[in-house]
Design a protein around this ligand. Structure first.
Ligand SMILES: Cc1cc2nc3c(=O)[nH]c(=O)nc-3n(C[C@H](O)[C@H](O)[C@H](O)COP(=O)(O)OP(=O)(O)OC[C@H]3O[C@@H](n4cnc5c(N)ncnc54)[C@H](O)[C@@H]3O)c2cc1C
Length: 388
């Protein structure tokens, strides 16, 4: 099925077995603000590294696994089977960076990230700039050998777990004034401060605080690529992350369908297993059909990336799969809660956790509406046959 090679199937099985090791820790995490007992998260990271499931997207010369895009999808899909972001231990450090990283940046941040010694986070979104990244108000001023950053970033995922932050802002002086730049800022650097750490719908150890930057001085050597390339990297990152969101949604849907089917087969209501009630069967059938459709799409797009398809076309295809897989997983989770009945509303139930956790997949990395806009624009520009 899906034309996977022997190597693909072996990697998939390895990732699946590891995800199965993580699943028993979900409830503890749910009951402890997403945290695991001391040392357990580190054990998981060591296991992921040892199993070759870490940094699957980075080249071997930096210490990554240099997997194909399809293989990266297969690994992330298994991570998606686990709630409470425990699957995020299958980390994919910034894969767009190696081609533009300076030797210093490779040595200082990238290689240690591939080894699991450092982790990054992204500070792009602001109070008045979310879907529209071009509206960023964070300023970056060149001052001698430094840049000086001022602004406030929202929803900075994993800030509490990260050693360095990619900050995007708008240049205010020099020949490229008005352009976007991306800087690497170490944590801590004087002038960076957590303003507020909101709680969110899901229960993750990774927080998403609001972080202010007040006259934060960053050496010019921390510039990623060239001045003016900030948006280029954001687009690269969006494309990759949209694919990976889609992959994790496949895993979530698979787990939900497995759990729901097993429950429906043994739960007796009115003398019959739920699985024999046609209205319940309809829910199971719709879910598995949609998973099949989504998986076929996601694998096909991953293959087209491996085959070197046109970037603009890939941009639209990554939007299509992010849109479809995230909405599919949301529907699957909703049906799963319904089939579990009252149990499906309990936090100790996997369907309840996914029902909450999957909601954000339709918002971050570009809301569903944005994905539709991208797809429609590319359809009009390039024609139907270019996209599908
Ligand atoms: C848990 C979480 C973690 C996040 N992590 C990060 C992170 O690590 N780094 C980071 O930089 N950001 C992060 N984000 C921010 C995320 O990317 C934004 O929330 C998202 O891009 C939407 O922006 P917004 O919230 O400002 O919504 P807005 O831009 O205000 O949009 C609100 C809604 O309006 C609609 N809408 C917007 N634009 C259009 C349009 N053109 N056409 C039609 N409808 C439209 C959509 O329905 C959208 O959901 C995170 C967000 C969350 C919730």
């Amino acid at each position: 099925m899906y034309g996977l090679s022997e190597a693909d199937l072996e990697l998939q099985a390895r990732a699946r077995a590891f995800a199965d090791e993580l699943i028993p820790h979900e409830l503890y995490a749910e009951e402890h603000a997403g945290e695991l007992p001391p040392g357990v998260a580190e054990e998981h990271r060591t296991r992921a590294l040892g199993l070759g499931l870490f940094a699957t997207n980075l080249p071997k010369d930096i210490g990554g696994q240099e997997c194909t895009t399809l293989q990266q999808v297969l690994v992330q899909e298994q991570g998606g089977r686990v709630t409470n972001a425990l699957g995020w231990v299958l980390a994919t450090p910034p894969g767009w960076w190696p081609s533009v990283a300076t030797p210093m940046q490779r040595e200082r941040w990238l290689a240690p990230s591939a080894r699991g010694e450092l982790a990054e986070c992204y500070a792009i979104t602001e109070e008045h700039a979310g879907s529209d990244v071009s509206a960023l108000a964070t300023t970056v001023r060149r001052d001698g050998d430094d840049y000086v950053v001022n602004g406030t970033k929202w929803h900075v995922t994993s800030y509490n777990e990260a050693e360095y932050v990619f900050v995007q802002g708008v240049l205010t002086n020099g020949p490229n004034a008005g352009e976007h730049v991306l800087l690497v800022v170490d944590r801590p650097t004087p002038g960076m401060e957590v303003v507020h750490t909101p709680t969110y719908t899901h229960t993750f150890a990774h927080q998403h605080p609001i972080v202010s930057f007040t006259d934060v001085r960053v050496p010019a050597s921390h510039l990623v690529g060239d001045e003016g390339q900030g948006m280029t990297f954001a687009h690269e990152w969006f494309r990759f992350e949209r694919l990976m969101v889609a992959a994790r949604c496949l895993g979530a849907a698979e787990r939900l369908i497995e759990e729901t089917t097993a429950f429906a087969a043994q739960r007796i209501v009115g003398g019959e297993p739920l699985a024999e009630r046609q209205l319940v069967q309809a829910m199971l059938a719709d879910s598995v059909t949609e998973l099949f459709a989504a998986r076929s799409m996601v694998y096909a797009v991953a293959r087209s990336i491996d085959e070197g398809a046109d970037r603009k076309v890939l941009h639209a295809r990554c939007s299509m799969i992010k849109l479809y897989a995230s909405e599919m997983a949301g529907r699957v989770a909703d049906r799963a809660v319904q089939v579990f009945g009252g149990r499906g509303y309990m936090r100790e139930n996997v369907a309840e956790r996914f029902y909450r956790e999957l909601r954000v997949e339709r918002i971050w990395e570009g809301a569903s509406e944005l994905q539709r806009v991208i797809v429609a624009e590319q359809l009009v520009k390039r024609g139907l046959s270019a996209l599908v």
